[in-house]
Design a protein around this ligand. Structure first.
Ligand SMILES: Nc1nc2c(ncn2[C@@H]2O[C@H](COP(=O)(O)OP(=O)(O)OP(=O)(O)O)[C@@H](O)[C@H]2O)c(=O)[nH]1
Ligand SMILES: [Mg+2]
Length: 345
């Protein structure tokens, strides 16, 4: 009799368990309860407001699109001097640069715009984007891939690292962030808050520590744990100082030493600085062997055309553009979508 009661009790417990598990699965509840975050970081993470629903690219680029309004208003056919002047003014204001502006004007003067001025300008701007812009994610067998993120202070390096981490995680990769900006403690704190939000690992050291050793440790940890990719933050202080560039060279050497391999060196530029971003970029190109540009803050500027000037004058592909402050506000640069956002109907 007792045996029967025990058997019945076990059957009842298992049945209830199955029903509860099925109900939770239906409700989309996770099978394993989430591990609570440390309190300090929870406070920091929840202080960041939730993302608004995603607006489209054209809305994000509204300020730059606004500059092209008058060009969109021009019809088809030959252009008179006033109209050519207007196109010139718009192109210069949008910061596409003098070389592209001169070329577009010469073509419009010679050929007119049989399909409409917006369509002719669109085609000419697009012709300037013929570079390969795929981003590398794999290193040689046995080595740990590293993306080194460089740029002067305030351009958006740390935020872009968080956004890149989120993208890679969304692709199913595991990511480790190296807090190579050891110039101020707040830099590592900022990166740590992003690591928590994105679910990345982080390696950090005390303020003033050698950035190279942080990156070295990060690579060691990534290798030991089988992490797919290391994203290394760097300091951006002292814009034109040889010290900064020397330090970057050193960090790069360390990051590229086995088992690490630098497969992308991403230079972050702030689009709101327009043509100034170009002179900044030239300083970094030689020192840091840049493989791609991340152009940030395109949402907050009318100078979006600078992306045309960057590719044309630097010969380095723009790989990602930042269009907001949230962790999802970074998109791979797609020239067609971009130019359509400026000139499309
Ligand atoms: N609107 C907008 N703001 C951005 C974008 N990217 C970065 N920011 C903001 O720019 C500011 C500076 O960003 P950080 O990521 O701290 O810049 P940083 O290059 O790491 O700066 P340092 O560490 O001081 O060298 C922050 O307020 C970011 O939210 C973007 O695409 N759009
Ligand atoms: Mg930073």
């Amino acid at each position: 009799m007792i045996v029967l009661y025990v058997v019945l009790a076990v059957v009842a417990v298992v049945a209830v368990g199955l029903v509860v598990a099925r109900a939770r699965r239906r409700a989309g509840a996770p099978a394993v309860p989430a591990v609570p975050l440390p309190e300090v970081l929870v406070a920091e993470a929840t202080a960041i407001p939730a993302l608004a629903p995603e607006p489209g690219l054209a809305e994000r680029l509204a300020a730059s699109r606004g500059v092209f309004d008058r060009v969109r208003g021009l019809g088809a056919g030959r252009l008179d001097e006033d109209q050519l002047g207007l196109v010139e003014e718009v192109l210069l204001r949008s910061d596409v640069g003098l070389a592209t502006t001169t070329e577009v004007l010469a073509r419009l003067r010679a050929d007119g715009a049989p399909e409409g001025v917006a369509s002719a300008v669109r085609e000419m701007l697009l012709a300037g984007f013929d570079t390969e812009r795929a981003v590398r994610e794999a290193a040689e067998p046995g080595r740990v891939p590293v993306w080194l993120v460089v740029g002067v202070n305030g351009v958006g390096k740390t935020t872009s690292i968080a956004k890149l981490a989120q993208r890679l995680i969304d692709e199913g990769k595991s990511v480790l962030l190296a807090a190579g900006d050891t110039f101020r403690a707040a830099a590592a704190d900022q990166l740590e808050a992003w690591a928590t939000r994105t679910g990345s690992e982080i390696v950090r050291a005390a303020e003033g520590a050698d950035p190279g050793s942080v990156v070295h440790d990060a690579i060691g940890r990534a290798r030991a744990r089988g992490v797919d990719i290391v994203l290394a933050d760097t300091a951006g202080r002292r814009p034109n100082s040889a010290n900064l560039l020397d330090e970057l060279r050193k960090v790069r050497r360390v990051a590229d030493r086995e088992p690490g391999q630098v497969i992308e060196t991403l230079l972050v530029l702030d689009a709101t600085t327009g043509q100034n971003a170009l002179s900044q970029a030239r300083e970094f190109l030689a020192a840091a062997a840049v493989t791609g540009i991340v152009l940030t803050k395109l949402d907050g500027t009318a100078r979006g055309g600078v992306v045309v000037a960057i590719e044309r004058e630097l010969g380095i592909p723009v790989k990602f553009v930042g269009v907001g402050e949230g962790v999802h506000d970074l998109v791979p640069f797609d020239p067609e979508a971009f130019v359509d956002s400026l000139l499309g109907a």
